[in-house]
Design a protein around this ligand. Sequence first.
Ligand code: AMP
Ligand code: MG
Ligand code: MG
Length: 209
Amino acid sequence: MKPHFDYLLILDFEATCWEKNNQGIPEIIEFPCVLYDLSAHTILEEFQKYVKPLDNPKLSQYCLELTGIKQEQVDDGVPLKYCLDLFKNWLSEITKKYSFSMEKNTFMKSGIFAIWSDWDLKQCLTAECKRKNIYRDLIFRRWINIRKLFISQTNFRGGLLQALRHVGLSFEGQQHCGLHDARNTARLVGLLLTRGMKLRVTSDFTHIH
Ligand code: AMP
Ligand code: MG
Ligand code: MG
């Protein structure tokens, strides 16, 4: 069956960070996801939770400045394990509401994760779940790396901001705010699709249990 997608679930995690990257192990502090309708070219739903980092609860000055996330937001945040439950509930609601499935080879309308990198699902979530003994749901095994498709189409390498500029868009909102990064990734995808970009799955670990 040829891959055809109706919806993208665009994620962009923010994590604890330091000026020198050997000062701590990253933990997710913001978990946003937007539901992008590929036929209406619009965002239909948004999920956003701040996540409380448990190993290093105090954000570094560097991280506060980079992400714009406030100490109070993560203090009031939910632990990652609970955030993943909330996300699963949200996903289950929207798949019902819009009648789509995240499964491969479905006869229903289909949705897939899309990210501006592999880092979020390949390194970040995997490492943290493993380290904290949190169940990493099987839904996170397949995604589209938009940056990879962007490079194939344009031969241009850069961050999200540079990529937007490259196609004549400006960044709306604040860079390294996960929700804004996800919204801007959606805007970029929308434009690239009008310029002939074809969506394809770039990572698929569904054969691994
Ligand atoms: P991004 O999606 O580009 O906002 O980055 C996701 C996460 O990667 C951030 O929340 C940081 O933990 C880390 N990160 C991104 N850019 C930098 C940077 N310039 N210096 C240190 N960490 C970074
Ligand atoms: Mg990112
Ligand atoms: Mg980001």
